[in-house]
Design a binder for this molecule. Structure first.
Ligand code: NAD
Ligand code: DAU
Length: 337
């Protein structure tokens, strides 16, 4: 089978390529990625010469380039996106372009080329925000209520994917997952930013009161969920995927990281809050559990420790990233770093 992975040089996409080549060694995987600031071929250097893997640099908004790469493809797994909420607040337009228009270009081309299955990777952020008091969780029936330019653009892409199924019969599935963590995550997101800052002797910036809550999902559990949905999920359906059974506020995540790195709370710095900051995400993954037998296998405390170890052992990887465009972004977002 020929599998086209978009955004395979990013965090989840590169973990997924590793996962897929290991679990489906007979397939040919094509990684189509623009290599934006978030794309990094270093994430894939160990498999660069694998005869079942190839890389094509290109933009999902470029119809001609997409048409070329779509030729003969059986399965598309679509990760490519602008993915960081804070950047979407600085400049929404690239989010609309890539996440909405780019998804439309891919869908159109998948339809023309009779692709057998199009799997779209989305986020729990499309459902909006829960209050700290409620026990309600997001599920597949939760109405969409995106509140940031990022989540609005992802919501737009989800609607387009469903519309191509309903209108044209394109065989699709969608997963909406919670916050991933693990190796190769770009150090603009809370967990890798916190770990790498502390290793560098810098503080962890905590937005607002630090009592915001996310549902943390290890990236390998996410990859397994996508694989199951592709293999056994019902065409046209959406599955939400979450990782944690216990709710931990950001400040506690930061304290866990400090304790794993042997540092005290003087490394915490409360900073200006994110505008429109969603208070809580919490995911009810009953459907994927009962229909497909999936559950998260990665216990948060244990895998957080392994994640901290990974960043400790891979300083070259993130130091290289943190020395480039990242500095300009960091100063814009946090002031002098
Ligand atoms: P990332 O920012 O680490 O990687 C995105 C990748 O897409 C990069 O390699 C980048 O070069 C590529 N890309 C961006 N624009 C492109 C374009 N126009 N054409 C081709 N390639 C392009 O993102 P991630 O965290 O790995 O997220 C992957 C997907 O998962 C996204 O769709 C995101 O919305 C979704 N998601 C992420 C999380 C999370 O916690 N990281 C959670 C839920 C859903
Ligand atoms: O829920 C899934 C989403 O998770 C994905 O769709 C997004 O692509 C991904 O970026 C992530 O979005 P968040 O905004 O939840 O992740 P982030 O790591 O940016 O922030 C996690 C929490 O930590 C959030 O409450 C904001 C807070 N935060 C973040 C940063 C970067 C801080 O307090 N300080 C920070 O410096």
């Amino acid at each position: 089978m020929k599998v086209l992975i978009t955004g395979g040089a990013g965090f989840i996409g590169s973990n997924f390529i590793h996962y897929w080549l290991e679990n489906h060694p007979e397939d040919d995987v094509v990684n189509f990625d623009k290599l934006t600031y978030a794309g990094n071929l270093e994430n894939l250097k160990d498999i660069a010469t694998n005869p079942h893997y190839s890389f094509v640099q290109g933009d999902i908004c470029d119809t001609e380039a997409v048409e070329k790469v779509m030729n003969g493809v059986d399965l598309v797994v679509h990760f490519a996106a602008e993915s960081h909420v804070d950047r979407s607040i600085h400049d929404p337009s690239v989010f609309v372009k890539t996440n909405v228009e780019g998804t439309n270009v891919l869908l159109n081309s998948a339809l023309k080329n009779n692709v057998k299955h199009f799997h779209h990777i989305s986020t729990d952020e499309v459902f909006g925000a829960l209050s700290l008091e409620t026990e309600e969780k997001f599920n597949e029936k939760t109405p969409y209520n995106p509140r940031s330019p990022y989540s609005a653009s992802k919501a737009g892409s989800d609607h387009l994917v469903r519309a191509y199924h309903t209108t044209y019969g394109l065989p699709i599935t969608i997963t909406n997952c919670s916050n991933n963590y693990g190796p190769y995550q770009f150090p603009e997101k809370l967990i890798p930013l916190a770990i790498t800052n502390v290793i560098e002797g810098k503080k962890i910036p905590i937005y607002g009161d630090g009592l915001y809550v996310r549902d943390w999902l290890h990236v390998e559990d996410h990859c397994r969920a996508i694989d199951l949905v592709i293999g056994k999920g019902k065409v046209g359906e959406t599955y939400v995927v979450g990782g944690m059974t216990e709710l931990v506020p950001n400040i506690e995540i930061a304290k866990k990281i400090l304790s794993l790195l042997g540092k005290d709370e003087t490394f915490l710095e409360y900073v200006k809050d994110r505008p429109g900051h969603d208070r809580k995400y919490d995911v009810d993954w009953t459907k994927i559990k009962t229909e497909l037998g999936w559950k998260p296998l990665h216990n948060f405390d244990e895998w957080m420790e392994k994640t901290v170890e990974w960043y400790k052992n891979n300083e070259d990887w993130w130091k290289h990233i943190k020395s480039g465009e990242y500095q300009t972004y960091y100063e814009k977002q946090y002031g002098q770093g």
